[in-house]
Design a protein around this ligand. Sequence first.
Ligand code: HEC
Length: 126
Amino acid sequence: MKKKLLQLILSTGTLLLLLTACEYDFIEPTPPPPVPPAGDTISFSQDIQPIFTAKCVSCHPAVYKPDLTVGKAYSALVSGGYVVDSIPASSSLYTKVNTGGSMATYISTEQVNLIYRWIYAGAKND
Ligand code: HEC
């Protein structure tokens, strides 16, 4: 009787473990990056910095890299290697905020697209 109870507890426990393990292993597919319109003009100071100021600087002053505060963000991103304008989709600034990235919950899809378009247009400090 005791053995059966132990077996039941063990098998239920294993089943629960398996189920929760599956839940955490789920990986969301990353959508392909949008194709920016021709002649796209995205300004760092007008379009990108405001996103950082609204959504990111509560955690990204100097403690968590990169420093995304006004006046520091551009150089932190470029010198930190977070932006690769030759291959925009591989920029870690983009992959981190895109679906599946650890920063995705802090930002909207439209804002992720703006960041992608800014990198695609050459990641200029304008
Ligand atoms: C609630 C706090 C928090 C917010 C808000 C937040 N981050 Fe982060 N961020 C972190 C932490 C903690 C890490 C380090 C762990 C990780 O990479 O997931 C990190 C890491 C990163 C990295 C990678 C750093 C590295 O050196 O690899 C980037 C890029 C980044 N965040 C960008 C952003 C952007 C852009 C926003 C705003 C849309 C943002 N984060 C909002 C806490 C935050």
